[in-house]
Design a protein around this ligand. Structure first.
Ligand code: GLU
Length: 508
């Protein structure tokens, strides 16, 4: 096939977009919408466009745009065209497109399909109040609809403030075939004459979206179901402008466990917070897709490549997915276990530094310093420490607390922690002394195997393994739960191990 033919066939492929408003950090719901768009685009070898919808000047902030781009990239949801990448339909920031919308707004005014409305806030509030009192939904009833355009111009010149509304004929059924929700109908009477622009240079969301989707040749609008009520408005605008409609697919919302909308107060919603807590992007992607898509099997683990292969819009459920943190934690644990130990170690080091356990040694050395003891430790040693918890770690930020006893001179605990079941102090002290004796002989032969042998041998002499293994573990870690006494002793090394056991024996 010649290059020219390839070029020609490309526009037939789907073009989808994510159109976030940079009014806050990347929200988990937006990230999920991005994922569905991404998979759809990649599977159909289409194009994924990122468009920043920053028409709300007051609430839109550059820092949020940066956050959105950064965390979409972190999740591996890379886009083909966007504000940072450019593309044939640039610019991809609505604030840089204001002049583009003006002719479309003018067209609607000139065709008599839109008009200037001079109603004041007070008048609109009174209208809303009246509608509520008779049990009607709030909508504009068209008071300024028949103002002669010439008179409207004169009033504008006199400095009267106005907005631009679309003329919506009443009692018209607006239907569309949603790829997820099926046939969806709205009655135009519910909409009233809604506002499409503040003025010729300030379009509102619904108008800007229609124009941009058209100009950017978007074929499928895949977005959250919270936008479904905007769809009839966008269809009316497109019809008035004589523009084709894209296909719509509205994704069911993610719901909190109490079946309400996710709330910032009850759930973590910013992707940056998940990043900081130590969730892996693979886990979040895997978790997000199952909030709304199901292959029809019980399978829970999918890589991005498998999702690209298997995803289809017709397997998207109609009802909202429930946000289940336990499931996310389970998945994150799964992906943590899949990492190689050196990679996991590198992932955990920032958390150990942040918590004050470790510090970097300047000049690019691959070693680190334990802050409290000033000991220098290698990556290999840190790997051994972290390896003890790879199986049970759920989120990376748990690591500092789990392994703190490797980074302290002494561990602090109540002496009662050393007591196993109904044993008394004397029995425990005796067990600790036996452990010390057994381990002291190993100093030059400090292997996991020998430690096992020594401790189990001593424990068996007492007759009850718990009486020895419990206080040994507690003395080494200061914790109720931790890795096994053998592993901990091995990684701590002979000196610290014996010192901690001697100290424990003295405490009793
Ligand atoms: N800008 C809208 C939002 O952030 C999305 C618009 C759309 O997808 O049509 O919710």
């Amino acid at each position: 096939m010649s290059d020219e033919k390839l070029e020609l066939s490309a526009p037939d492929r789907p073009r989808v977009r994510l159109a976030p408003s940079p009014t806050g950090p990347l929200h988990i719901g937006t990230a999920r919408t991005a994922l569905f768009n991404y998979l759809f685009a990649r599977q159909s070898r289409g194009t994924f466009v990122l468009r920043i919808e920053d028409t709300d000047h007051e609430r839109s902030k550059k820092k949020w745009e940066k956050d959105i781009l950064k965390y979409l990239a972190w999740l591996g949801l890379d886009w083909d065209e966007g504000p940072d990448k450019g593309g044939s339909f640039a610019p991809y920031r609505q604030s840089e497109r204001v002049d583009i919308y003006t002719p479309y707004i003018k067209q609607l005014l000139d065709q008599g399909q839109a008009y200037y409305c001079f109603c004041t806030k007070d008048e609109l509030a009174a209208q809303k109040e009246y509608q509520a009192s008779i049990g009607e939904p709030p909508r504009y009833i068209g008071r300024c609809r028949n103002i002669d355009p010439k008179e409207a111009q004169a009033r504008l010149k006199r400095g009267e403030s106005a907005v631009i509304r679309l003329k919506v004929s009443s009692d018209k059924v607006i239907s569309f075939q949603d790829q997820i929700c099926g046939q969806t109908d709205f009655n135009s009477s519910e909409l009233g004459d809604f506002i499409i622009a503040k003025n010729l240079k300030e379009p509102l969301y619904n108008l800007a979206v229609v124009v941009d989707d058209y100009l950017m040749k978007i074929t499928h609008v895949i977005r959250g179901a919270d936008h479904i009520s905007n769809t009839p408005k966008q269809i009316l605008i497109a019809e008035a402008l004589g523009l084709p409609q894209p296909q719509y697919a509205h994704l069911p919302l993610v719901l909190s466990p109490n079946r309400r909308k996710l709330s910032k107060r009850e759930e973590v919603v910013a992707v940056s917070d998940y990043y900081q807590q130590g969730y892996l992007p693979q886990a979040l992607v895997n978790f997000m897709i199952l909030l709304g898509w199901n292959e029809g099997t019980d399978r829970e683990i999918y890589s991005m490549d498998e999702l690209v292969e298997k995803f289809s819009l017709d397997k998207v459920q109609r009802s909202g997915g429930i946000f289940d943190l336990k499931r996310l934690n389970w998945m994150n644990g799964y992906y943590i276990r899949q990492e190689s130990l050196p990679v996991l170690t590198q992932m955990c080091i920032p958390y150990l530094i942040k918590s004050g356990h470790l510090e970097e040694i300047p000049n690019g050395s691959k070693k680190y310093r334990i802050k409290e003891t000033k000991e220098i430790v290698s990556l290999g040693y840190l790997g051994k420490v972290i390896g003890l918890y790879q199986e049970r770690l759920k989120v990376l930020s748990e690591i500092p607390e789990l392994v703190d006893y490797f980074f302290k001179k002494e561990v602090k605990y109540q002496p009662t922690l050393l007591i196993w079941k109904d044993k008394d102090k004397k029995e425990i002290k005796n067990a600790l002394n036996r452990a010390i004796k057994a381990l002291s002989g190993l100093k030059r032969d400090w292997t996991l195997e020998k430690i096992n042998e020594a401790l189990l041998g001593a424990a068996d002499e007492i007759g009850d393994r718990g009486t020895l293994l419990w206080p040994v573990r507690a003395a080494l870690t200061g914790k109720e739960n931790s890795a096994s006494p053998f592993d901990v002793a091995y990684v701590l090394g002979p000196e610290k191990t014996i010192r901690r056991l001697e100290r424990a024996a003295k405490l009793l």
